[in-house]
Design a protein around this ligand. Structure first.
Ligand code: HEC
Length: 105
């Protein structure tokens, strides 16, 4: 009985992580999704890596869908000194987040 309830709790945790805090891998579609933007695949990949590693140092990884595409650049700006991001790193993170959001919107 005890084992079963532990399993249920674990399963719920896994499922909720998957659905609310999914950080999708970069696809070539993302690189072409935003017209007029010049974020290539390498930049998007770097942005994802930076996001996953640097934005989790002080709090849980922010949920991409929680903030709008208009809000994200300002959020990353305000966090960039905390995460000690170089300007290019900040740009890569914003590019990745916007590419994910554009693909889904
Ligand atoms: C050195 C610690 C630190 C790092 C690194 C950091 N943050 Fe934060 N973050 C905070 C603190 C502290 C808060 C809560 C206080 C605040 O909002 O100013 C916060 C709040 C947030 C919020 C909630 C803001 C809101 O208005 O609800 C988001 C989103 C966020 N961070 C995103 C990021 C992203 C994206 C990165 C990576 C670029 C990042 N953080 C890296 C310390 C950090």
């Amino acid at each position: 009985m005890k084992k079963v309830s532990i399993f249920v709790v674990l399963a719920c945790l896994l499922v909720s992580c998957e659905s609310t805090n999914y950080v999708p891998p970069v696809t070539s579609q993302m690189a072409t999704a935003r017209k007029g933007q010049h974020a290539g695949l390498p930049m998007l990949r770097e942005g994802r890596t930076l996001f996953v590693h640097r934005c989790i140092e002080c709090h849980t990884l922010p949920v991409l869908w929680r903030y709008s595409t208009e809000d994200w650049p300002a959020i990353v700006d305000s966090m960039s000194h905390r995460a000690s991001l170089k300007p290019a790193e900040r740009e890569a993170i914003v590019a990745y987040i916007l590419a994910v959001r554009t693909r889904r919107d």
